[in-house]
Write a protein that binds this ligand. Sequence first.
Ligand code: C2E
Ligand code: CA
Ligand code: CA
Length: 734
Amino acid sequence: MRFVPITLKHSAAKVDRRSAVRSMLLIFAAVVIAVTGMVFTALDRVGHYANQLDEERSRESVSGALQTFQRQLAATLHDYAAWDDAADHVYRSSGLVWAKRNFGAMTDNNELFDVAIIVDHTGRIVLGYSEGEPVTGSLEDYITPEVWSLLDKIRSAREGVLPEETSFTRTSRGAAAFGVALIRMKSGQLVAPQGEGRYVIFMRHLTEATVDRLANAYVLPGLRIEQPLEQKSHRVLILSPAGKPIASLRWEPRSPGNISLAQVRPLVWCAVAMVAIYFVLLFVSGSQALARLSADEEAAIKLSLTDRLSGLPNRTGLFADLSELVGTAQRSGLDVALLYLDLDGFKEVNDAYGHATGDQLIRAVSAGLAVLVGEGAVLARLGGDEFAIGFLSKNAEADAAALAERVMEFLGEPLTMGDRIAVIGCSIGIACSPLGAVAGEEVLRRADMAMYRAKEEGRGRWSAYDPAMDAEREERNRLELDLRQAIEREEISVAFQPVVDAQHMRLSGVEALARWTRQGHGPVPPDVFIPIAESTGLIDQLGLCVLRTACEALRDWPELTLAVNVSPGQFRDPAFAERVALVFQETEMDPARITLEMTETYFIQNPARARDTLNRLKKTGVHIALDDFGAGFSSVGYLRQFGFDRMKIDRSLVAAADLGGRAVDMLQATVALARSLDIPVTAEGVETNAQAVALRIAGCDQLQGFLFGKPMPIAEIARLRQREEPLFRLSGLA
Ligand code: C2E
Ligand code: CA
Ligand code: CA
């Protein structure tokens, strides 16, 4: 058989967490980048603004320097042109010497002007000096179109308008400020008639030395004169009278913004780096803590889904796995099969050999099943001695049945636990979820129910879920309800089975047995309703009711003993002994006539508490018998250990007496052992003469069974009491 392989994943949470960590990291990075970007943008803005401010200041300074330069020339020009001596000499031909000395010679090494030219009203040059020397070459080099334009302007100026103008021009020696003025009296009075005046032209070149001086005076580092350029930054254009660029003054920008930025930037980077490091450290420690936490959480989850003893998934783990299986089945068109296993003899092994051995057995079974089932299926321990196997299959029912057979075969083999060997079988319930149509929990419930059916049908077998089982479960529920009502309405009656003394076969006592006739259904056997009463807690009421009825019935027949059955469930009531004593008191029954019969289960499970209850019961004066000896695991040792007053050997052992041989030897040895401990023995289920003979020989002092009488109403016991002769005459006695 092949399972369809499955992979179960519990790692969704881990994936979630990882992506959360990743997105957190991204957010951190984005925040750091955004903050860095904002800080640097702001710094850049501040820097840029500072640069701009400085550019404007420098531009104002340079423009101011140029204006001052021009104004100085204008002032000098005014001093020389509106000068009485000049007006006196320049208009006369004899005055040329004076003009050479006072104008021409002054151009040498002069801070105020370096070119002086005098022209008459026709434009003819009267005198031309440059740097202290007469201009030898072409004077046209100095009389540029700009100069002509101002000259024309002054020549045609109306009266009353100041006949002086300054501007800039470019000569062969470079850019220069120049001025043109009419030579006149200081008072403004003209020497020649209007239109026939003489004019002086002064120039001052923007030489490198001059520019340097300007730079120093106006604190403009790197100021120099250049050809006019389109580029406008760090430059002021020098314009001709017509507004044409002649040259430009360029300065070195100080860029204070850049300087401050350069100083601040490393600090800011440092701060950003520190913040980034802080974030990284925070993130690292955070994610470490997170990883630790999630590892812890994962371990806790895993632990909560795992059974400690076997290491297999527990019930919760199985639920998780099952719902995954069902989901997969729905998607892939497969069926889910589930086997519910319950070990048959586990409780007995546990009770007989102790819990340590029981644990070993569970581990051994788990390991064996794991090997048997293999990788393709889910194997879980549901607690106690219950296991489940789930798998996906195309042919679930057949595969599940085949697997059940193999599991039973495996568990049918003897298992070794340390130095002990035990054979335990198992009962298996099977339920399927075709195409995943039945939910995981429901499949589990169905498999559980099927397993109970297998148990009921005699263990060591498997059974598949059938919807009829649900109906039966319901019927059981109704039965429980009816039983509850019957107890409340006191409809439980008591039958009495005769017990004879083995010596004379005369009636020596009775055993009280509960009887229930269910309304509308007829009699229900005690083997059916007693287990229901036990599992629902109704047994407390029922047991005391039987005891009270029996006591009342037997009160007036002091020669008869009375045996009453007690269920382990009744022992759980801490006041049980007191309640029993109260019944004796109320019914005025002598406790010494009564024997309470108990099976060994409770003594094996809770030895300490059992002994305690037993002692308290015995204090009321009642006797205690160990019932069904030979049907379970009890040994003669128990009799002594718990101080039983009587032993009742089970019908199964009695029936073996018919077979003779070893069975009879065993029977005889058991009875002999009990008698050696001074414990009297009752044999029950005696049906044949041969059994009765063998039991009497073995040493039983009381016999009970259909041979002497079935359980009967009290009235019949009353008649039997009256009989003188024995209830049965044994034949074949030696
Ligand atoms: P038990 O205590 O072992 O009772 C003896 C059972 O064996 C009775 O079955 C009785 O009818 C049956 N029996 C007696 N002699 C023979 C015989 O020769 N051949 C065969 N085949 N059977 C014989 P019953 O009345 O059906 O009771 C079954 C069991 O139900 C009892 O087994 C006892 O464990 C339980 N039970 C009955 N009444 C009460 C009760 O009031 N309280 C408690 N706790 N359990 C009760
Ligand atoms: Ca009994
Ligand atoms: Ca019995």
